[in-house]
Design a protein around this ligand. Structure first.
Ligand code: SOE
Length: 381
């Protein structure tokens, strides 16, 4: 048997996503054995004590406190960027120039300019790359993709998505710093448009093709918040809520909504597609189920099927337990890295590449432009 190729990973960032990725790096070879295995070589974070604690907890061999040193190291093959959005571009460009493969958290950049330079850099360097839009890899969402691709929905008329949270309602919540940089526009780029709608847009374009134009509205409900780093009260620059109408290039119509002010909803991502022959509906709070309606079923027994996506012939599931036993959120990251490694073996790069991440950022940018101009805006490309 040929020896597996070991790829040494250097992770930047020890927050929520650093944990989600590290967990996936550990599990992937156990559940999706392939030509490659990953070695957790180094974790990089500015706070030495935190980086050391993370390395000990997650099994990284070493640490760095400056990402430049990590990128320069000869013993690193893959740079994984799980640090705040304002660091993505600089790290990705340096990593690509050093010939490393680059994985990057979403959104790719804070704006299309950054994302464009990142996509150009990895392509020029010829290095493998991927953006962590993990929700594509939930088995029930992948099943929706199969259903759509097989033409079972027929011509698609409608796409509908929302991503609702409620964690920023308190005006006492500060902006900036660990965990709260998502509220600081200079770090995040935007609010819920880049953080939550970006997920919805990525899945939507993967399922239903490119978006041609959008008409949006945004709102910032809490106008000023104390900044964690300066202690000063400062204007809030992010969008707290964002909703838009869209037209896909295939002629279908869409509505999208995201907010962090929907009291009671923690991470309610739902999507629905309505076609000539059928519809699919998926809900993150019930993530292992796909709701599917097929109008071509015999009339007397026609109705919505609630498919429990746990059987061995359903996406990814044969690699896990036995039929009927479900998996969850963390597994979407395992699937994503499994697909990335499979792409290295097959030569068929796993999606979404940086180029696809750029396409999502163009839509986000058009949404923000439209909210400002109060008119329809075309999506470039
Ligand atoms: C924000 O609360 C957040 O953590 C996003 O940043 C993630 O991308 C999303 O998956 C869950 O919510």
């Amino acid at each position: 048997m040929a020896a597996k190729k070991i790829l040494n990973v250097g992770l930047v960032g020890y927050g929520f996503m650093g944990r989600a990725h590290s967990n996936a790096f550990h599990k992937v070879s156990h559940f999706f054995p392939g030509d490659h295995t990953l070695a957790l070589q180094a974790i990089c974070g500015r706070d030495r004590a935190k980086a050391e604690a993370f390395a000990a907890q997650w099994g990284y061999r070493g640490i760095e406190t400056d990402w430049r040193k990590l990128v320069e190291r000869g013993d690193i093959d893959v740079i994984d960027i799980a640090s705040p959005n304002d660091t993505h571009e600089e790290i990705a460009l340096a990593a690509a120039a050093a010939g490393k493969m680059v994985l990057c958290e979403k959104p790719l950049g804070r704006n299309p300019g950054e994302s464009q330079r990142m996509a150009d850099a990895v392509e020029k360097a010829g290095v493998a790359n991927m953006v962590w839009y993990n929700y594509r890899r939930i088995p029930a969402v992948m099943l929706a993709k199969q259903v759509a691709d097989e033409g079972k929905l027929g011509r698609v008329f409608h796409y509908r998505a929302k991503f609702l949270q409620d964690w920023t309602i308190s005006p006492d919540l500060p902006q900036g710093g660990a965990g709260l940089w998502r509220l600081d526009a200079s770090v995040a780029g935007s609010g819920v448009t880049g953080d939550l709608l970006a997920h919805c847009i990525d899945t939507a374009m993967w399922l239903n093709g490119p978006i041609a134009e959008v008409c949006a509205m945004t709102e910032t409900f809490v106008k000023e918040r104390k900044h964690t780093l300066t202690g000063e009260v400062a204007p809030v620059g992010i969008d707290d809520a964002s909703a838009f109408l869209a037209r896909f290039t295939n002629g279908s119509l869409a509505t999208f909504e995201a907010t962090r002010y929907a009291r009671g909803h923690k991470a309610l991502y739902t999507l629905e597609m309505n076609g000539e022959h059928g519809s699919v509906f998926w809900d993150l709070h019930d993530l292992h189920r796909l709701q599917y309606f097929d109008h071509r079923d015999e009339g007397r027994v026609r109705g919505w099927r609630s498919i429990h996506v746990t059987d061995g012939d359903q996406p990814y599931m044969k690699n896990w337990w036995v039929p009927g036993l479900q998996i969850g959120y963390e597994h979407s990251f395992v699937h994503q890295v499994a697909d990335f490694l499979a792409g290295l073996s097959s030569g068929q790069p796993a999606e979404p590449t940086f180029r696809a991440g750029l396409a999502t950022d163009y839509v986000c940018d058009a949404v923000l432009r439209s909210a400002r101009s109060r008119s329809w805006e075309a999506v470039p490309g």
